[in-house]
Design a protein around this ligand. Structure first.
Ligand code: FEO
Length: 186
């Protein structure tokens, strides 16, 4: 049955497969951010917790975007299983270092999708993935800026309190810059 349906779609199997892998990666990112948000809220880092909760929601949206793309193309989208989510972190700095590593890994994964789509001459997927290429610029930049705060502000004394406070500002600044860019591009 699957083969008969597949004859009616332009989505080739290797692109469908790597897109489903990305669905899983985005779901995994969402769950990791949720665990990080929980860790932060338990320790009084409420701005960090709020930021990570928003990130968890964004990752779920990324997952659904790709999931729907597979379906819109006539492919088979798989609801991902997520497991082995860490809930323990050494400190706040480690939370954001892991977040940055995760975003860099997602950027590389998106680039691999582009490679596979280009090889398969799947220009529709290539065009679709451009949104993710742009999104990753912000995702990496925000995470990197937050990691930098630990060196710029320092963790001694009121340092962690000030870092948590500044995280809200970083997030708002990037959101405002993006809104401005969207208006300018409209
Ligand atoms: Fe969906 Fe943060 O990458």
């Amino acid at each position: 049955m699957k083969n008969i349906v597949r004859m009616k779609t332009s989505l080739v199997e290797e692109v469908e497969q790597i897109l489903n892998e990305q669905v899983k990666m985005e779901a995994n990112s969402s769950s990791k951010y949720l665990a990080m948000a929980s860790w932060c809220q338990q320790r009084g880092f409420s701005n960090a917790g709020d930021f990570l909760m928003i990130q968890a929601g964004e990752e779920r949206n990324h997952m659904l975007k790709i999931f729907n793309h597979i379906l819109d193309r006539g492919g088979v989208a798989f609801s991902p299983e997520v497991s082995h989510i860490t809930h323990e972190f050494a400190n706040l700095r480690e939370v954001f270092e892991i977040a940055l590593e995760q975003e860099i890994a997602v950027t590389h994964a998106i680039h691999r999708i582009l490679d596979v789509a280009r090889k398969a001459k799947d220009y529709t997927t290539e065009y679709f993935m451009q949104w993710f290429i742009n999104e990753q610029i912000e995702e990496e930049a925000v995470a990197r800026r937050i990691v930098e705060l630990f060196d710029v502000i320092g963790e001694e004394g009121q340092g962690l309190y000030l870092i948590d406070k500044e995280i809200a500002t970083v997030r708002a600044a990037f959101a405002a810059a993006n809104a401005g860019g969207a208006e300018a591009g409209a």
